[in-house]
Design a protein around this ligand. Structure first.
Ligand code: GAL
Length: 426
């Protein structure tokens, strides 16, 4: 995928196409600033849209107006498809929400504006954690402003269902399975899930850790070690996926993640395995973690954190847009904004100098876990969310994981297929 993208873009650039950021580049260097940003993003669910509003309103107080370009589709795959077609047509947006290795790919192609001036003035080097800087900087230059840190290995649960059946939040994988058996026997849906590749992969991230621990996650999802990818431990990770498959309802295929969250919120289903953007849906419904619904790390992954960070990149566009781009980058990184935004989004700040005082119980745990995992060497980029390997490898893994979840491969076959797919994609 990446190779195709590179080739397409290089050919286009060689043909002399001028990339002018949504508008034709003007010859004059001193044209007036356009205090407007067009932002391409995929935050369209209730919780996501509420968080995005915090950003829009913040910018408006600075005299920058917002032109919204939403592309629905959790995880952002559809948004990235739209971005590729706009960029190849010479019409990229002024700013784009982006994840992990995609940021480095676009930087590598020379499309991104450098944000060094803002970063230096605002001292980003001192406050952005190293794990995020890996994706915010390219060749020593700042090319992205991180708005948050999400982590992906969480479960969210309906309190009434669990309390009603006398089930405590499970601590181990086996307890998780036993809890879901009991819930299924009661006639409720045990696991709310949306059958989309990125959601299958989000559960898979946790199954890999539950099967082999943090070292195994690193060896397979980050180092892409072939022997580990086809090992018995990976077969066990797929076995865990097969177990999960037996707890989803018949209509799971294609369901959006926020509809799966709604099933838990409304009491049709007991659990959802999802990143902490799901908490944003519960909060948008007026519910508080701990008191109105339960949460914990995915059983079997305690002590390890798989993260992703939403970052905003600025495309290298006509000079009259640069002031607005800088204001956007500056606004995103402001400490008070990072608190206000992340309280709504479900994520935690992308800065190390922010107190957890205003955060709810899940936010406090999220921040503490992140710091602990970072210290212990058990913090890893999420494969499902483009933070452990480049897009081509991620897509290759998606294909195998989703095929297996839909019964195309046995657990053993899936491990062999995974190793083969990764070998040919990397
Ligand atoms: C993630 C993104 C989150 C959340 C989620 C579902 O990739 O980082 O911010 O929006 O997708 O759309």
């Amino acid at each position: 995928m990446k190779k195709v993208l590179n080739l397409m873009l290089i050919l286009l650039m060689a043909a002399g196409t001028l990339f002018a950021g949504g508008q034709q580049e003007t010859a004059a260097a001193d044209v007036a600033d356009v205090n407007e940003v067009e932002v391409l993003h995929w935050w369209t669910s209730g919780g996501e849209a509420a968080a995005l509003n915090v950003l829009k309103e913040d910018l408006e107080t600075k005299g920058i107006s917002w032109t919204d370009s939403p592309v629905a589709g959790g995880g952002g795959d559809q948004a990235m498809t739209v971005l590729r077609s706009r960029a190849t047509a010479g019409n990229p947006p002024v700013a784009v929400q982006m994840l992990g290795f995609d940021i480095l790919d676009w930087a590598d192609l020379g499309f991104l504006a450098d944000l060094n001036d803002v970063a230096a003035a605002e001292n980003w080097d001192a406050v952005v954690p190293e794990a995020l800087k890996y994706f915010s900087k390219y060749d020593g230059q700042w090319i992205a402003a991180p708005v948050n840190v999400h982590s992906t290995n969480w479960i969210w649960a309906n309190k009434e269902i669990l309390d009603g059946l006398g089930i405590a939040m499970p601590q181990t994988w086996d307890e998780f399975i036993m809890a879901m058996e009991k819930i299924q026997a009661s006639g409720k849906i045990a696991l709310a899930h949306g059958g989309q590749a990125w959601q299958d992969a989000t559960m898979f991230d946790s199954c890999v850790i539950a099967a082999g621990g943090p070292e195994f996650y690193k060896k397979t999802m980050v180092d892409l070690d072939e022997a580990a990818l086809k090992s018995d431990t990976m077969v066990d990770a797929f076995k865990k996926m097969s177990q999960l498959r037996s707890f989803v309802d018949d209509n799971f295929s294609g369901r959006d993640w926020n509809l799966a969250s709604a099933m838990v919120i409304e009491g049709q289903a007991a659990f959802q395995m999802m990143g902490d953007w799901a908490k944003g849906e519960f909060k948008a419904a007026g519910l508080e973690p701990g008191t109105d619904f339960y949460f914990s790390r995915t059983p079997g992954t305690d002590g390890t954190v798989t993260f992703n960070s939403d970052q905003f990149v600025m495309f290298d566009v006509a000079p009259e847009y640069q002031n607005a781009q800088k204001e956007l980058a500056k606004a995103i990184m402001a400490p008070s904004f990072q608190v206000a935004f992340n309280l709504v989004k479900g994520s935690v700040p992308a800065r190390t100098d922010i107190s957890d005082a205003e955060f709810d119980a899940a936010g406090k745990k999220g921040m503490a876990d992140l710091a602990m995992a970072s210290k212990n060497g058990t913090l890893f980029g999420s494969m499902a969310h483009g933070h452990s390997a480049p897009a081509g490898v991620k897509q290759a893994m998606y294909d195998v994981i989703t095929s297996h979840f839909n019964g195309v491969y046995s657990d053993e076959e899936a491990a062999m297929e995974l190793a083969a797919a990764v070998a040919s994609a990397k």
